[in-house]
Ligand binder design. Structure first.
Ligand code: ADP
Length: 632
């Protein structure tokens, strides 16, 4: 039994394929985690890195309390089950299951006991004397599960174990594996490209695409709160309907217009509290997502609905207990090709529609999903990044939501109106903005509080109770003000980048051995940044060499990312020019120029002109810039 931690894991294959990028996840003991995604998205590579069958290019993998990047597979306390069973054909089932235990030289009685126990759990006791070729696919997969169970691993890794089985057997084995997980009380990590397998088995699912994690969540949350269009389309059958459209706020309602059609429905504005007002302008393209069960052909539902659209039926798929009706909300559309107007509706079994019929369909907009037309990221997020409110800047004062705040010297802009973006994590308790907490939502362990301020909603990640009357303050370092689409006030960058390289130098040092002075040759490793040289900490040198190979480690361009608090003004170091001091009232920062880059440094002492900077390498992140891999 063990928990796992994957921190900034990357895999770059020797041929340059970046199969996994910046994979981060904490897996609790006894979880059943499923990695799912289309072929080639990096699922197996990630699993194989956990197993130790594939080197980890960069990042840190911990099993239990041990960093296992350099631990041999056999010493990782894991067991792996593969798609092709990988059984020895000349051995009996008993011998196959016992094989690993024999290698470990366990006493005979113990081997017998363990094999019989595993066979009992898996229901294959009567086949122990058979050879694999005398068994069905499902039975063989049970044998390979048996071989994994007897090792009593801390973590069970399963790589598409059911994909060689027929559909019926797959369903049966799915529940067997879930049962096995409950019985063994071990952490399971399971790879599949089949979203139904993922949804039915996982306690949490990792959806991957092109080497990047798209979303990590429970099956329920993935279905109801997909973070982007890819996840929305990948999870659930039939696939979610996606329509092109625009949104327009009219008073306390929002009009949803479906592009390329006459369809237009309205919903209460309260659905869109978390959406940036910019999307509600009637012209910004959005993607409207509705699951097949959220459209209804039922006359009763249609009669009581105020969101009805016309659908031209093209064909249907009868599934016995229900029928999927295909069509198009564009009367010219064909209903077969996936498009921004094609629609699939889940209906009762005996619908009598014919191809070409034009019917009414009611939309259940309580379950509507919305995505940015370009980035395809959800614009109805569970935790919005920003609150977006109108503001006015007037003589060093910021006016918004009926409040007036004095701006610190670092935040200045010409008088006029604008759009103020307040990140949900920039709001804290203890200021002078009175607010009433009107709602509290627990989102994956975080508390999102909705406040009423000046007749509007303001979201903040704060632990308060519903109904609480509080006073809020804003972190002025984090706000943005937009005017005419341009940022006239920018947030203070949370990290700054410095470019550099790792260099090897031979030096000669005088040492005293047995009372005699001797010259000793030594190799030292330096980080050269902006013309300054720093002794490279062993951790950075070692990680660079192990991730990039010896040659690349000394030729690759590196990027050091540091928070303003992790760079200091020093006597020697990277030469820089102070271009501006940013005074936020309680804190001051200096914007320094280093080569082509701006570097923000916390300035607890007065600074100006030419200065020298030294990063705290224990706290910086180090990236290889060409492939953009985080090494440390
Ligand atoms: P999945 O399991 O999601 O189908 P993989 O992890 O097998 O995906 O592969 C991810 C990417 O890495 C793919 O582009 C694949 O072609 C590539 N890849 C996998 N194994 C190797 C390898 N040994 N050498 C080079 N590229 C590989």
């Amino acid at each position: 039994m063990a928990n796992l931690s994957l921190k900034h894991i990357y895999k770059v294959y020797p041929n340059g394929v970046k199969a996994v990028s910046d994979f981060n996840m904490e897996i609790a003991d006894k979880e059943f985690i499923v990695f799912v995604g289309p072929s080639g998205c990096g699922k197996s590579t990630t699993l194989r890195m956990i197993a130790g069958l594939e080197d980890i290019t960069a990042g840190e993998l911990t099993i239990g309390d041990t960093v296992v990047n350099d631990v041999e597979p056999k010493d990782r306390d894991i067991a792996m089950v593969f798609q092709n069973y990988a059984l020895y054909p000349h051995m009996t089932v008993f011998e196959n299951i016992a094989f690993g235990l024999r290698l470990r030289k366990l006493p005979k009685e113990e081997i017998n006991r363990k094999v019989l126990e595993a066979a009992e759990i898996l229901g294959i006791t009567e086949y122990l004397g058979r050879k694999p070729k005398e068994m069905s696919g499902g039975q063989r997969q049970r044998v390979s599960l048996g071989r994994a169970i007897v090792r009593e691993p801390k973590v069970m890794l399963l790589d598409e174990p059911l994909s060689n089985l027929d559909a019926k057997l797959r369903t049966a084995m799915r529940s067997e594996i879930s049962k096995l997980h409950q019985r063994l009380n071990t952490t399971f990590i399971y790879v599949t490209h089949d979203q139904i397998e993922a949804m039915t088995m996982g306690t949490r699912i990792v959806v991957m695409k092109d080497g990047f994690v798209q979303q990590i969540d429970t099956p329920r949350n993935l279905y109801h709160y997909p973070g982007n269009k890819f996840v929305a389309g990948f999870i659930g059958t039939p696939q979610m309907n996606f329509f092109d459209g625009t949104l327009k706020k009219c008073g306390d309602r929002v009009e949803i217009a479906f592009t390329g059609t006459d369809a237009c429905v309205t919903v209460p504005y309260s659905y869109f509290y978390k959406t940036r007002p910019g999307y509600l302008d009637g012209k910004t393209p959005v993607i409207i997502g509705l699951r097949a069960e959220d459209l209804s052909l039922d006359p009763e539902v249609i009669a009581s609905s105020d969101a009805v659209v016309k659908v031209k039926v093209s064909h249907k798929e009868e599934l016995g207990n229900e029928t999927l009706v295909y069509g198009d909300i564009n009367m010219e559309g064909d209903g077969f090709t996936e498009s921004g107007t094609r629609v699939i509706i889940k209906s009762y079994a005996d619908v009598a529609y014919q191809a070409g019929d034009i019917v009414d369909a009611a939309l259940n907009l309580e379950h509507v999903h919305l995505f940015d037309g370009e980035t395809e990221v959800s614009i109805l997020p569970r935790i919005p990044d920003n609150n977006d409110v109108d503001c006015e800047i007037a003589d060093g004062k910021l006016l918004f939501l009926g409040r007036e705040l004095t701006l610190p010297p670092a935040v200045h802009a010409e008088n006029g109106s604008g759009e103020l973006l307040i990140p949900t994590d920039a709001v804290s308790l203890g200021g002078d903005i009175p607010a009433l907490c009107v709602d509290v939502e627990n989102v994956s362990g975080k508390t999102l509080a909705a406040f009423e301020v000046g007749g509007r909603r303001l979201y903040a990640l704060l632990d308060v109770e519903k109904g609480a009357q509080v006073k809020l303050s804003l972190d002025m370092k984090k706000i943005t003000v937009l005017r005419g689409g341009e940022e006239i006030v920018r947030p203070l960058p949370t990290v700054s980048a410095l470019d550099g390289m790792l260099k090897k130098e031979k030096t000669v040092r005088e040492v005293e051995i047995d009372g005699k002075k001797k010259r000793k040759k030594e190799i030292v490793f330096n980080l050269e940044i902006g013309g300054a040289k720093f002794a490279s900490p062993d951790l950075i040198t070692n990680k660079l060499i192990s991730a990039l190979s010896v040659h690349r480690a000394f030729t690759a361009p590196l990027r050091f990312e540091c928070s303003p608090y992790d760079i200091a003004f020093t006597q020697e170091g990277i030469p820089a020019i102070v271009e501006e001091v940013l005074d936020y009232g309680t804190e001051r920062f200096a914007r320094c120029r280093v080569g082509e880059r701006d570097v923000i440094v916390f300035a607890d002492i007065p600074v100006e002109g030419e200065v020298h900077l030294s990063p705290d390498f224990d706290k910086c992140s180090v990236f290889e810039s060409e492939l953009d891999i985080r090494i440390v």
